[in-house]
Design a protein around this ligand. Structure first.
Ligand SMILES: *Cc1c(COP(=O)(O)O)cnc(C)c1O
Length: 227
């Protein structure tokens, strides 16, 4: 199958998964994760009507956004782990950041453009037992939401994000993410978004309430090796 066929096949599966879960497919934003692929892939995706793309490394995001500056109507989502010192570059190149997982990163994203247009952010939740993985511990997410709401007025908390842990049941993991989202809404009532679901588990994510799907290989095919 070519790119266009994989995209339409994936979208059909998303519609099916939404209907099976009793949800309206139009509530879902499908982000195509283009990491490690050349910028031309994004140009082609745009020709096929894609509006949302996801990147997981700052340098790659900055380079592609620069190269594709003439491309209209693309929203750039940053979905990777990021060092605080890269926050300025991330803010400059992103329309939405999915991986805010600590106060210092939120502070640095805010300080990068305190009076600029508000940046949509997700608070990333670590659903594994491994504290070195990205994401705030589920018990710390409400505190992070309080911090961003009180101290980072140029950031807008939209919801929560997670990657399902390998080797565990995605439905259970996404249920825990939905629980973290409910806690965040006690602090930011309109933080109704949930970024969850990848090529292998988007149906479970949709059933658990995901609003933003991050789909890579099912659309792009295998990723080229890094660097
Ligand atoms: C790479 C990546 C994805 C996409 O994964 P696929 O399995 O290729 O769909 C989604 N989310 C994050 C955070 C990623 O790094």
């Amino acid at each position: 199958m070519d790119l266009r066929s994989r995209l339409s096949a994936l979208d059909a599966r998303v519609v099916d998964a939404a209907r099976s879960a009793g949800r309206d497919p139009s509530e879902l934003t499908r982000i195509v994760v283009t990491k490690f692929h050349p910028p031309e892939l994004i140009t082609r995706l745009c020709e096929y009507g894609v509006h949302d793309v996801g990147e997981s490394r700052q340098q790659e995001l900055t380079a592609k956004r620069g190269e594709l500056a003439a491309l209209d109507g693309v929203r750039w989502h940053f979905i990777g782990q990021v060092q605080t010192k890269k926050a300025r570059a991330i803010r400059a190149a992103s329309d939405c950041v999915h991986s805010v997982d600590r106060d210092r990163l939120a502070d640095a994203l805010h300080a990068a453009d305190p009076d600029g247009a508000r940046l949509d952010v997700f608070l990333q939740v670590n659903l594994t037992d491994d504290p070195s993985r990205g994401g705030a511990a589920p018990g710390d997410v409400a505190g992070l939401a309080e911090h961003v709401a009180a101290s980072c007025p140029s950031l807008r908390v939209r919801g929560v994000m997670a990657v399902a842990p390998l080797g565990s049941e995605p439905a259970e993991a996404f249920g825990r993410l939905a629980g973290a989202g409910a806690l965040v809404r006690r602090i930011v009532p309109d933080a109704t978004w949930m970024s969850a679901g990848m090529s292998g588990d988007f149906a479970e994510a949709i059933a658990a309430g995901a609003t933003h799907l991050r789909i890579g290989t099912a659309i792009t095919g295998p990723r080229p090796a890094r660097d």
